[in-house]
Ligand binder design. Structure first.
Ligand code: PEP
Length: 251
């Protein structure tokens, strides 16, 4: 038995108004009582303050979807990790595949962002995962190695204990086509083994989330796998009822 507490994180992406974000946050906050897992919501930057107020006193953590690698300076348009932390946020997602693919973020940059998040006393949720083409051409392990080695080199293996890793196969994100529980477990176990080769205690303690078309009807099977410690949820996190049903599936 591991001592890892499950985490279910909602990535709201570029969605919502101030009013709809507050309403969703309140609906989630009202439904999380008595859950054994940790629940996290990650609204857009502009909604962090309103959502922080909406979940005050509830067992819901707040996070951001991205941040700058730098803490301050002449970087017009960027949002720094210490700015996010000021809202009481505890987590920042880094290296989401949309950031890697659409905004050209390299694994090196993602690692710098993860470091910036830790330096602001929050935990990075480090996303890794392969495209369908990479999977089908046998590059799964090498893709994971490249993405994980960058953060291990930058943070040091001991600091990986204070991160969350999210395995998100790119082909499963927003497609409705989730990895099977066996496929997901296989990769989670590969990631944990890679970490165990460096530090068994870190590998045993770090939480590895699965992300990619998690829905209320497949969450329980995915979350019951030995090396899956919860989920990073996109589309289904925009509806309180389905998000709470997914949270319940960790129990
Ligand atoms: C995501 O964007 O991290 C994600 C997992 O999205 P979805 O649940 O919609 O596939």
């Amino acid at each position: 038995m591991s001592a890892r507490t499950s985490l279910v994180a909602g990535n709201w992406k570029l969605n919502g108004t101030r009013a709809s974000a507050v309403a969703l946050a309140k609906d989630i906050a009202g439904g999380v009582e008595a859950l054994g897992s940790e629940v996290l919501i990650c609204p857009g930057f502009a909604h962090l303050g309103d959502v922080q107020a909406a979940i005050a006193g509830a067992s819901v953590a707040l996070g951001a979807q991205n941040c700058a690698a730098e803490a301050s300076g002449a970087f017009t348009g960027e949002v720094a990790a210490p700015m996010v932390a000021e809202f009481g946020a505890q987590y920042v997602i880094v290296g989401h595949s949309e950031r890697r693919a659409l905004f050209g973020e390299s694994s090196e940059l993602v690692a710098s962002k993860a470091l910036a998040v830790q330096q602001a006393n929050m935990q990075p949720i480090i996303c890794v995962g392969e495209t369908l083409e990479q999977r089908e051409s046998g590059q799964l392990q090498s893709v994971l190695d490249e993405q994980l080695n960058a953060v291990i080199d930058k943070l040091g293996i001991a600091a990986i204990a204070h991160t969350v890793i999210a395995y998100e196969p790119v082909w499963a994100i927003g497609t409705g086509k989730s990895a099977s529980s066996e496929q997901a477990q296989e990769v989670h176990s590969m990631i944990r083994k890679k970490l165990a080769d460096l530090d068994e205690s870190v590998a045993g303690n770090v939480r590895i989330l699965y992300g990619g078309s998690v829905k209320p009807d497949n969450a329980e099977e995915l979350f019951s796998q030995t090396d899956i410690d919860g989920g990073l949820i996109g589309g289904a996190a925009l509806n309180a009822e389905s998000f709470l049903a997914i949270c319940q599936a960790t129990d």
